[in-house]
Design a protein around this ligand. Sequence first.
Ligand code: SAH
Ligand code: SF4
Ligand code: F3S
Length: 479
Amino acid sequence: MEMENNTETLLGEELQGSATILKDERPGTKKLYLESYGCQMNFSDSEIVASILNKEGFETTNNVEEANVVLLNTCAIRDNAEQRVRNRLKHLNAEKKKNPNLTIGVLGCMAERLKSQLLEEEKLVDLVAGPDAYRSLPQLIGEIEDGRKAVNVLLSREETYADISPVRLDSNGVSAFISIMRGCDNMCSFCVVPFTRGRERSRDPKSIVSEAKQLLEKGYKEVTLLGQNVDSYRWNITKKGEVINPDEEAVSFARLMELVAQVSPELRIRFSTSHPKDLTEDVARVMAKYENICNCIHLPVQSGNSEVLKKMNRGYTREWYLDRMNMIRRIVPDVGMSTDIITGFCGETEAQHQETLSLMEEVKFDFAYMFKYSERPKTLAERKFEDNIPEETKIKRLNEVIAIQMQHSLESNKKDIGKIFKVLIEGTSKKSEEQLFGRNSQNKVIVFPKEQYKKKEYVLVKVEDCTAATLKGKAVGYA
Ligand code: SAH
Ligand code: SF4
Ligand code: F3S
């Protein structure tokens, strides 16, 4: 996914939705159109879905009109994410009138949350499959061909799709996602993810390392290790820290990063998302030790007020968060920092909101995803607290947060003027054929004149100018 213009991402991940084209490895007669919404984990899952259906002879298309099966991999994180999918489904149902044999299915978090509702009550779809049910997709599609409606929303304690080699969709051939774990055990009171993705489970490190090796062999230069809370990744260790099988290595997240970093110095490593409550010094030390582990961390804070954080069930205070940030900056001095913020959570006072603003001033994030609170059914917050902050207040606070962040992003970029960064080239700039773009270790996008440079190369770029979203510069040689 090319995301050259970061202002787009400031608005939140559910605004993305993109059609994906599946490489035609085993041509078949059936055509699949797959569209993904939500977080990186969903985009990564779509690559697993593509792989599973590719083996069954499905060829993908980016033209809905020629598709036999349309699958939307959906997000349930905020209400507007779901509304967007509903509108899309209504549109697709109009399409179906022209092509009655078209199968429409929903996958992902909204499928899991609503189960058979979209099928039976709203009559918008023929197929519903939750995040742990993708292996059964061929069978579910078969049931529809037999004239039945198909649902599988069983969650699993074990499924990690470790053995499935994802088909890289929408790929720039430079960077790829690797899912290292699934689910979440945290129960933040605002969050629907534990209900839609089930229990946390980690994937076998051997399969992660071998996926990284395969990607490198195919010419990829960057991998992002994905999980809802990567710091709680653990293999062969219990939650209490006891080793399960003494004959096998116990692997923490820090150790896993090290194993992936050792695949090749040419392969860059990123990771997302870290959780302030579980982040350890080892992770920062491994970041500092390996040049190819990028110096950037996405550490969602959500709120700058400890009481709000308690109600959110985040498991840390404002002071703890600031302490973690200081720890990282001490160990990795040039680290890039980004965060997630929610405004207008249940009962949030103006003074508490001001503390979010003051925390932002204290940390000065390079980048942030900012949201207004959206109540989600079944969550702890929905059951325990009243969603009592008026919509205008939520929006006003959100706008204040966005304004400060824009200022901080611009200040942070201005500080980079004159500096030289190692940049991995991801492709040609959207705005000009004559410009290339890539990212530095801190995850900032840099645009520069093409000259003789090519995609996948590491170059040194001197920053000459910037906006709040992008650095602009000139290459000064190979890195
Ligand atoms: N696992 C990650 C976050 C996943 S969801 C973590 O714990 O940090 C991504 C972001 O969506 C969250 O960090 C939060 O800022 C936002 N979010 C989650 N639920 C929300 C809700 N009900 N309303 C508004 N924003 C929400
Ligand atoms: Fe949701 Fe919290 Fe889990 Fe993140 S850590 S996915 S916010 S429950
Ligand atoms: Fe959305 Fe599910 Fe990701 S709710 S943010 S797609 S885990």
